[in-house]
Write a protein that binds this ligand. Structure first.
Ligand code: PEP
Ligand code: MN
Length: 350
């Protein structure tokens, strides 16, 4: 349930409602907007009828059910968009944030050269996998702790915050010491033990959508993080499984837009895993920027043909510079405007 407070509600009235929600057996979550305060009641096993009665309390406009199964993640509970601070870089404030770097950290030289190249081209967050979820146990599994150390060093040298994947609850503390943001990979989106652990971490989370997860399941996975105490979540659409075999996954931009409609959390696109093809990264990135995505995460490697993972979808440095130029180039309003002006003209003449 949500208790919508009136614009004129006093602090005392709001505090009273918070207390009554606790008494009824629920946890209150307060969102203070510019005009009014909303108090969401979450949890199970409480006395719902006591919440309904709060409609009669002073300072309350209405008590309404939360329409969606995800609660704290929903825009009904928090209509204004969230901004997430990743080591000094803000995601979700209307700017388009580009995170880039290698799929896997492979060596000092590979990581440092990539970090410098993406920074020079305009990226503001470095990605790099230390622990790699690989389909086959015979594929490169990541450098682990050695990669974490390199990520920390490069972050100190370049000043760029870093994001890296966490695959296991055991690694959470160590990764928190080395990285600014922890990525939950697509395969772990519904690893509930990991989500519960990350809910208590003091670092923001990049939550990738599972390849077969619905938007509702994705947002419920995010709900685990928020309900457990971590409000700093960025969602990432990275492509889903469809019947199409020419692309590695199908980058589902409609669901990206839907996630932004249903949730206040920022949502970024991963066109690298979302297509599996280098040639499709620029067009899909432009599409994501045009539709209001909060940013991108893109794979870049100094020599993609030698990459230990995901070479086919990695851009080289020049390719990444071209992508950044493409993102800065205007879209195509002129053609559309010319067309509509011509139509308007012909209507006038008719
Ligand atoms: C990655 O970012 O390299 C990765 C493995 O991503 P995903 O979990 O989306 O497959
Ligand atoms: Mn990858």
């Amino acid at each position: 349930m949500i208790v919508n407070m009136s614009e004129k509600a006093t602090e005392q009235e709001i505090n009273h409602i918070i207390e009554r929600i606790r008494e009824a057996g629920y946890q209150p979550h307060v969102t203070r907007g510019t005009e009014r305060t909303i108090v969401a009641c979450v949890g199970s096993g409480g006395r719902r009828h006591e919440l309904e009665s709060l409609a009669a309390a002073a300072g309350v406009t209405e008590v309404v059910p939360i329409a969606q199964p995800f609660k704290l993640v929903s825009r009904q509970v928090k209509p204004q968009r969230s901004t997430i601070n990743v080591g000094g870089v803000t995601i979700g404030d209307g700017t388009f944030v580009v995170m880039a770097g290698p799929c896997s950290v492979e060596s000092r030289e590979q990581l440092f050269s990539t970090a410098n190249a993406i920074k020079a081209a305009g990226a503001t967050i470095l990605r790099g996998g230390a622990y790699k979820p690989r389909t086959s146990p015979y594929e490169f599994q990541g450098l682990g702790v050695e990669a974490l150390r390199l990520l920390r060093e490069v972050r100190e040298e370049t000043g760029m915050p870093v994001v890296t994947e966490v695959m296991s609850t055991e690694d959470v503390d160590l990764i928190c010491e080395h990285a600014d943001m922890l990525q939950v990979g697509a395969r772990n989106m519904q690893n509930f033990a990991l989500l519960r652990r990350l809910a208590t971490a003091k670092k923001p989370i990049l939550l990738k959508r599972g390849p077969s997860a619905s938007v509702k399941e994705w947002l419920l996975a995010a709900e685990y993080l928020l309900a457990g105490g971590n409000p700093d979540v960025v969602l990432c659409e990275r492509g889903i499984k469809t019947f199409e075999t020419e692309t590695r996954n199908t980058l589902d931009l409609a669901s990206l837009a839907l996630a932004r409609e249903l949730s206040h959390l920022p949502v970024v696109a991963d066109p690298s895993h979302g297509t599996g093809r280098r040639s499709l990264i620029a067009p899909m990135s432009r599409a994501a920027a045009a539709m209001g995505a909060d940013g991108l995460i893109v794979e870049v490697h100094p020599c993609p043909e030698r990459a230990l993972s995901d070479g086919a979808q990695s851009l080289d440095f020049e390719g990444f510079r071209q992508l950044m130029d493409a993102l800065a180039a205007p879209m195509r309003p002129a053609t559309v405007l010319a067309g509509s002006a011509a139509r308007a003209g012909s209507q006038l003449r008719a």
